[in-house]
Design a protein around this ligand. Structure first.
Ligand code: ADP
Ligand code: MG
Length: 529
């Protein structure tokens, strides 16, 4: 309990014991994902509250599903989640690096070095890493981009699936590539994934345009149409549903008839309005009344109903259209443009394929069971995220710990030039980078210390490309990672080191932890009689 009266209801740990406690939490968290790193990493079986199971090798998935209350552990999980959002990969590495930085700091703290000085040393090292990474980066060929995308899938699924998904992800990223004055970007959310259980993983393919498992609402509507205008309705073309407590007073014969007539007139007016806008393709979120269906067919419009809101959004973005709520109020400004729209029969299921000016693509994710399709979907999402980042920045770095060892070697030299105690922080930072090759070796069943020593020796004795020597986990030996095709996007390695440093520094700076004490009497609301 705290001795300060004001903080009587607060659990408090300060100074060294707070730091020690926080570092222990960070290390405990890192140990939960350590064994998943790299292509030989093992899987984790996750079981949620409802008993649903998921087998995964993905660090961030493991961490995000953990019910962790320790605030420092949560900070580490956040660092990993941010890495996932920004770079789509490198989540395990981020947590391992951060925990290692903290562990090394603890050794310095026990020797009397103040955490704030260590943090400053970390910051200096990180700034130097930014320069070094730029000089280690390589320009890439398409083949190498493919290898980098494939490396990001290491440990997920088998080889053939990784190659296929890496190729498809690169193609998909190109399909959503967008160039403007501020540079090139690719938005992975513009790629739709259509799961299809049945068949094999090898049937998984990419289709240009947006694909929906939908048939047009009238068989006589044109099956395939060329370019034209599209209207997207965030609703339906239906008769107004009667409210449950609504009454119609039938006072004379014909009242009901005229009521119905009025309703049909309203539907006619809506279709007339759509016709007058020159629309040839229509998609509604809700239903289309039978009467309107016939009229739309007569007008030669291809129409679809019960289109999911997410698909309508994709259509809107692809065609440059705005979703309208009220058909009568829609104007030509709300319309979008498409290149072609057709219905095709694929293995007995009718699909609707729309091609638009703004590109867009659909992955048809196949697999023999739903679980396998789910795995294909998740792996593709990861590969696509990486491929999209590569569209924005196609520089690559050697993987397999090569870059981390090269950085550590240079950082140690840099640290020597720092006169103050910050030097010790920069050295601790350099040592921490080596956790990546050590854990890769550990997970491959190799001795981590011997492997690291071999790598350092090979890099310092090697020739011009010595910085590219890393641990080829599959060959179980140090080798040139560029030749072995183990490459990583520059952005991922950079972000993972930056994110890990950020998390480590903010944890180092905490020297007081105040926990609000739970009042047992307040824990539950008392029951009323
Ligand atoms: P993260 O969540 O950090 O991306 P991964 O489990 O995906 O963790 O492992 C990524 C690490 O595995 C990277 O350091 C990468 O260079 C390394 N890696 C991938 N394939 C190989 C390989 N064939 N040989 C050695 N290292 C590899
Ligand atoms: Mg990865």
């Amino acid at each position: 309990m705290s001795d300060v009266p004001l903080l009587r209801d607060t659990e408090r740990t300060t100074g060294r014991s707070a730091l020690q406690n926080n570092i222990q939490a960070a290390m405990a968290l890192a140990s939960a994902v350590r064994s998943t790193l790299g292509p030989s990493g093992l899987d984790k079986l996750l079981i949620d509250d409802d008993g649903r199971t998921l087998v995964t090798n993905d660090g961030v998935t493991v961490l995000e599903s953990a019910k962790v209350e320790h605030p420092v552990a949560r900070m580490m999980i956040n660092a990993s989640s941010i890495q996932d959002k920004i770079a789509r990969d490198g989540t395990t590495s981020t947590v391992l690096l951060s925990a290692e930085m903290l562990q090394n700091s603890w050794h310095l703290v026990t020797q009397g070095v103040h955490p704030a000085i260590i943090a400053r040393g970390f910051r200096m090292a990180e700034e130097h890493v930014r320069e070094l990474l730029g000089s280690l980066a390589l320009n890439s060929s398409r083949e190498q981009l493919l290898q980098a995308t494939k490396t990001s899938l290491s440990g997920k699924g088998h080889e053939a699936m990784q190659s296929l998904l890496a190729t498809l992800a690169l193609d998909a990223a190109q399909a959503v590539r967008f160039d403007d004055a501020s540079g090139t970007s690719a938005d992975p959310t513009r790629v739709k994934v259509l799961p299809q259980a049945g068949g094999s993983i090898q049937d998984t393919r990419l289709v240009t345009g947006l694909v929906l498992a939908k048939n047009r609402i009238h068989q006589e509507m044109p099956r395939s149409i060329g370019s034209g205008k599209i209207l997207l309705i965030d609703g339906g073309i239906e008769r107004r549903a009667l409210m449950s407590d609504m009454k119609i007073n039938v006072t004379s014969t014909g009242v009901l008839d005229s009521f119905r007539k009025k309703e049909i007139e309203l539907l006619q007016q809506q279709v007339e309005h759509i016709k007058s806008l020159g629309v040839s393709l229509l998609a509604c979120k809700e239903g289309v009344d039978d009467e309107a269906r016939v009229l739309l067919n007569e007008a030669g419009i291809q129409a679809f109903r019960r289109v999911a809101r997410s698909d309508l959004d994709l259509l809107a973005r692809g065609c440059g259209a705005t979703l309208v709520h009220d058909v009568q109020r829609s104007t030509s400004k709300d319309l979008g443009a498409f290149i072609s729209s057709k219905n095709e029969n694929w293995a007995g299921v009718v699909h609707w394929i729309v091609e638009t000016e703004e590109g867009g693509a659909t992955l048809i994710a196949c697999g023999s069971t739903e679980t396998i399709v789910g795995e294909v979907e998740r792996s593709f999402a990861d590969a696509l995220g990486v491929a999209c980042r590569l569209v924005e920045d196609d520089r690559l770095l050697p993987g397999g710990g090569a870059t981390h060892v090269a950085l550590a070697r240079r950082l140690r030299r840099f640290a020597e030039s720092i006169p103050g105690r910050e030097q010790l922080g920069a050295e601790a930072f350099a040592d921490a980078l080596e956790v990546i090759p050590r854990v890769l070796a550990e997970n491959a069943g190799l001795d981590p210390i011997d492997t690291l020593l071999k790598l350092v020796a090979a890099q310092s004795n090697g020739g011009a490309d010595a910085d590219q020597i890393g641990l080829n986990v599959l060959a179980r030996n140090p080798s040139n990672m560029v030749e072995s095709g183990v490459l990583e996007p520059y952005g991922i390695a950079f972000q993972s080191i930056a994110g890990a440093t950020e998390a480590a520094i903010s944890i180092l700076r905490i020297d007081d932890v105040l926990w609000a004490r739970q009042d047992p009497a307040m824990a539950e609301v008392p029951e009323m009689d």
